[in-house]
Design a protein around this ligand. Structure first.
Ligand code: DAT
Ligand code: MG
Length: 149
């Protein structure tokens, strides 16, 4: 089943939103595969956001993601990438759909609370970058058959 990589960014952690965000993903029916609370190194930040290198917001983005601990997670489900992007909302909180995390808790693009992979291919790359294979847990959830068709 499809997996996607999610971060509760430093602002989400500092604001006590880890539980809120996990609750929304759980309530949606997505299944957690891995999670770790961690400080992001400069090197990991630069690799993760390598695609944005050279853009005007790059330096600020690296400073932001390394400024305090994050909650890094892997979530699984049918169309997990699209489902999680939808739950998080558009990159700019003022363009995010009402009811999404970025709408409900955010105002500024540089404090948009979460990261979520933007394609299944990038999801796989990001999971490999952030987690060792043995940190991913394959498990049967009691209500899987009532959520996954
Ligand atoms: P997303 O996080 O929705 O996948 P992205 O990959 O385009 O968005 O950009 C990564 C992060 O960089 C984004 O969450 C916030 C920041 N960012 C993007 N565009 C920005 C901009 N124009 N000004 C400031 N920060 C920006
Ligand atoms: Mg992105």
């Amino acid at each position: 089943m499809e997996k996607t990589f999610v971060i509760v960014k430093p602002d989400g952690v500092q604001r006590g939103l880890i539980g809120e965000i996990i609750a929304r993903l759980e309530r949606r029916g997505l299944k957690m595969s891995a999670a770790k609370f961690m400080q992001v190194s400069q090197e990991l930040a630069e690799t993760h956001y390598g695609i944005h290198k050279g853009k005007p917001f790059y330096e600020g983005l690296i400073k932001y993601i390394t400024s305090a601990p994050v909650m890094a997670m892997v979530w699984e489900g049918p169309n997990a990438v699209a489902a999680v992007r939808q739950t998080m909302g558009a990159t700019r909180p003022t363009e995010a759909a009402p009811g999404s995390v970025r709408h409900d808790f955010g105002l500024e693009v540089g404090r948009n609370i979460t990261h979520a992979s933007d394609s299944p291919e990038n999801g796989e790359l990001e999971i490999k970058l952030w987690f060792k294979p043995e940190e991913l847990v394959e498990w049967g959830r009691a209500n899987d058959e009532w959520i996954f068709e």
